[in-house]
Design a protein around this ligand. Structure first.
Ligand code: UT7
Length: 328
């Protein structure tokens, strides 16, 4: 009998991460700029962040996270057909971080970087899902890797206390599903952008311009206001598209920008705090790396289990925002 109800699903086979060894606490920052541990904790939930050493480039960290994801999946470089890296802080204008990773792990196929700031991982996951569903790839490494420490103005207390460095990766494999919410794999992704808000959060320079590499500039309270509204809309959109109630969500794995935003979305979803994965306290905001870093932590310590429903959401410069609903 011919089966007509089987569709391709992109399934998370393995998850990995990498964090620089150096940790910088709020107190250490307070010795450099006019801030305090109390202000940073109260307004953001951040206690500390990891900061990359000179050898910990975007590609180096991406490679380490990719290797960990492949090992977790029991997969090899020969299983990788494509590599997508979400990053706003590549080491060079080109070649891409993705091909640096490809060379380092000895994979074939193809690879490219994707620029969507803090939404980079969600965007990359969505592109990978499309590649798998269209039959262009069966194994895809999706990586978020960032070294924001290199684009921060370390004299601007409004931004330098907020970010950290790191990388996270998932290895996606083509699997099968019945086209229902019980399927394992990516159930949906939703992407959005509004370039009218481009000047709310940007870098005032460019990679490849040593005279002006650029610093991150943010109207924090404006971004905050939009984040609460747009992220609430996008999580509702994800559930409605899959015909699933809020109560079906086992875990919220949000972009880690601010604990107040994360708590707000968790409350809107009716999720108890212990069902929301929070890493902003010890990683700070690692932009495109924050979701896979959080996912890796909760996967490694056994909180997130196979079969559970995970809702991811992010908002970042662009503005860009979006969600991914995944059954592990
Ligand atoms: O990941 C991409 C998306 N990004 C986000 O989602 C970030 C969203 N925004 C935020 O998380 C928050 O807006 C911030 C944490 C960035 C700022 O918090 P806020 O409650 O919106 O503070 P604010 O910018 O309105 O500033 C309040 C006060 C100001 O002083 P005055 O004007 O009231 O005297 C700032 O100068 O806090 C001051 N301030 C600081 N004080 C001590 C700003 N930064 C600091 C600091 N230490 N580090």
């Amino acid at each position: 009998m011919v089966k007509t109800d089987h569709i391709i699903r992109s399934q998370i086979a393995g998850i990995g991460s990498y964090l620089p060894a150096q940790v910088v606490t709020n107190e250490e920052l307070a010795a450099r700029v006019d801030t305090s541990d109390a202000w940073i904790r109260e307004r953001t939930g951040i206690r500390q962040r990891h900061i990359a050493a000179p050898h910990e480039s975007c590609a180096f960290m991406a490679t380490e996270a990719a290797r960990a994801a492949l090992a977790d999946a029991g997969a090899h470089a020969s299983d990788v057909d494509a590599i997508i890296v979400g990053t706003a802080t590549p080491d060079q204008a080109f070649p891409s971080v993705a091909v640096r990773v490809q060379a380092a792990i000895g994979a074939g196929g193809f690879g490219f970087d994707l620029s969507a700031a803090c939404s980079g991982f969600i965007y990359a996951l969505s592109m990978a899902d499309s590649l798998i569903k269209s039959g262009q790839a069966r194994g895809v490494l999706v990586i978020g890797s960032e070294v924001y420490s290199r684009i921060l103005n370390w004299e601007d207390r409004g931004t330098c206390v907020l970010f950290g460095d790191g990388a996270g990766a998932v290895f996606l494999r083509a699997g099968e599903g019945a086209g229902r919410g019980e399927d394992r794999g990516i159930l949906s992704t939703h992407l959005h952008a509004n370039g009218q808000y481009g000047d709310m959060l940007y870098v005032d320079g460019a990679v490849g311009r040593p005279d002006r590499p650029g610093h991150l500039v943010m109207q924090g309270n404006q971004v905050f206001r939009h984040a609460v509204t747009l992220l609430s809309e996008t999580v509702n959109e994800a559930l409605a598209a899959n015909n699933l109630p809020q109560s079906a969500v086992d875990w919220l794995v949000p972009h880690q920008a601010n604990l107040r935003i994360i708590d707000g979305i968790g409350r809107k979803l009716g999720l108890p705090p212990e069902r929301v994965v929070v890493t902003v306290d010890h990683h700070a905001n690692t932009s495109a790396a924050s979701i896979p870093l959080a996912l890796a932590e909760a996967w490694r310590d056994g909180r997130i289990e196979r079969g559970q429903l995970v809702l991811m959401e992010a908002l970042g410069g662009g503005l860009t925002w979006g969600s991914a609903l995944v059954r592990m």
